[in-house]
Design a protein around this ligand. Structure first.
Ligand SMILES: [Zn+2]
Length: 424
């Protein structure tokens, strides 16, 4: 008997990608917010870091329209080089239509709807059934595709409290209607690494779509659940996409912290060899993005934050200090320089000239001169100063150097970011 052995086509090994949702989940957080310029800088930093996608805002929310359009323009100009900019909306035809009216050139969308019994009875209160949940979502996906969306994610809100059979049905319906990814939302942080591994693997196998893991920290496991879920997805044969936020800022106890997720994926025992992180992530920008986001949200970085906290590389006890001086590898898992730490920072202790909402041209000229920015004319300097004043009105704090440089470089975009017209 002849046995024919067919050479199987080489199949690319599934990988893990990062989708940062600071500009969506982060800004939704109670008591916190960001100016549109701050959101824009975060997109720029995420792009520089090599993050795959930024969930950059809410296309149906009117005060976001100019910001979203301006950021898509930045992508066209090449100021955002590789990052995908995705909007987040409810999975409803009406919201999809509004999205494409307000932001016609948006290309990537996530459409969200609740799937759990708890939400169907407790939130929709009889207005929806499992069937109508699927119907709303599939119609929204088809509409988004027709309107020009290039990639569409179907988000199952409260997926971790949804029975697995319905999740599979929901995922298959999403796939059939044209969705590119399925977002598994552990909305309440209910999962643990063992449960999310099993569920994510089953979904990857049975639905056959790349899966996103959206994890919250209500039980302190957002990062652990994210990597366990990603492992499940990869073991199930699909690409995994982890949702992160910078400094873990997000609803209630927050989301999976971007830097901690990168560290866990790349430095934890034996993980990266079997479950690789896609792309070229520049961890060197970790310190910069964490610091800026902390300043922008006005939320300090906890001193024990992985990698970027003030104590992440601090040693006091005799045994540890002695050990780390002999060989840092004795008590440090990774080097501080890898996270962009270690450079001296200069802090002004004498006279300070700061630009604010009531600044004049002389002080402004002094500040910009220090940044080596010169203006062609007094008119141009006045125009940039006016934009800086307005940016200050929105952020209520002195702008950082990168914000000033951004306004000087892209005054027209900055003007758009600062323009909001309510109740038009
Ligand atoms: Zn969330």
């Amino acid at each position: 008997m002849l046995i024919y052995r067919y050479k199987r086509e080489a199949v690319a090994m599934p990988k893990i990608y990062l989708i940062d949702v600071t500009n969506r989940d982060g800004v939704q957080t109670a008591k916190l917010g960001l100016s549109k310029l701050e959101k824009t800088l975060i997109n720029i930093y995420l792009d520089e870091m090599g993050v795959f996608q930024s969930e950059f805002g809410f296309p149906t929310t009117r005060h976001e329209t100019n910001y979203l359009l301006a950021n898509l323009e930045l992508a066209e100009k090449g100021a955002l080089r590789q990052i995908r900019m995705a909007g987040w909306i409810r999975a409803m035809v009406e919201d999809v239509e509004t999205t494409f009216q307000l932001v016609p050139n948006i290309k990537h969308l996530n459409l969200s709807i609740s799937t759990s019994e708890q939400m169907i009875t407790g939130k929709f209160q009889g207005k929806m059934t499992k069937n109508t949940v699927i119907k709303e979502m599939t119609e929204a996906v088809k509409c988004a595709r027709k309107c020009g969306a290039e990639t569409i994610g179907a988000n199952a809100e409260d997926a971790s409290r949804t029975d697995i059979d319905f999740l599979i049905e929901f995922g298959l319906a999403a796939k059939e209607s044209g969705a590119d990814r399925f977002r598994y939302c552990d909305t309440l942080g209910f999962d643990n690494p063992f449960t999310i591994y099993e569920t994510a693997k089953t979904l990857a196998e049975k639905v056959g779509l790349p899966i996103e893991l959206h994890c919250h920290g209500d039980l302190g496991m957002a990062v652990a659940n994210s990597i366990a879920g990603a492992r499940g997805v990869v073991d199930g044969g699909q690409d995994a996409y982890i949702n992160t936020t910078i400094n873990g800022i997000g609803e209630r106890a927050g989301n999976a912290d971007l830097i901690a997720v990168i560290l866990a994926l790349t430095k934890s025992k034996g993980f990266a060899a079997k479950y690789p992180l896609a792309g070229n992530i520049k961890l060197k920008l970790a310190s910069k993005i964490a610091k800026f986001t902390s300043y922008a949200f006005d939320v300090p970085i906890p001193i024990n934050q992985p990698g970027v906290g003030a104590n992440a590389f601090a040693h006091a006890s005799g045994i540890h200090a002695d050990g780390v001086l002999k060989d840092p590898g004795n008590y440090e898992l990774y080097n501080y320089e890898e996270l962009g730490r270690g450079d001296p920072i200069s802090v002004e202790t004498g006279r300070e000239i700061i630009t604010g909402q009531y600044s004049g041209i002389s002080g402004f000229g002094h500040v910009m001169g220090k940044l080596e920015v010169t203006f062609k004319s007094r008119e141009e300097a006045n125009e940039i100063l006016e934009l800086v004043r307005y940016a200050n009105v929105e952020s209520h704090k002195p702008l950082v150097e990168d914000e000033l440089l951004f306004i000087a470089r892209y005054p027209q975009i900055a003007k758009k970011l600062l323009t909001m017209t309510p109740l038009e």
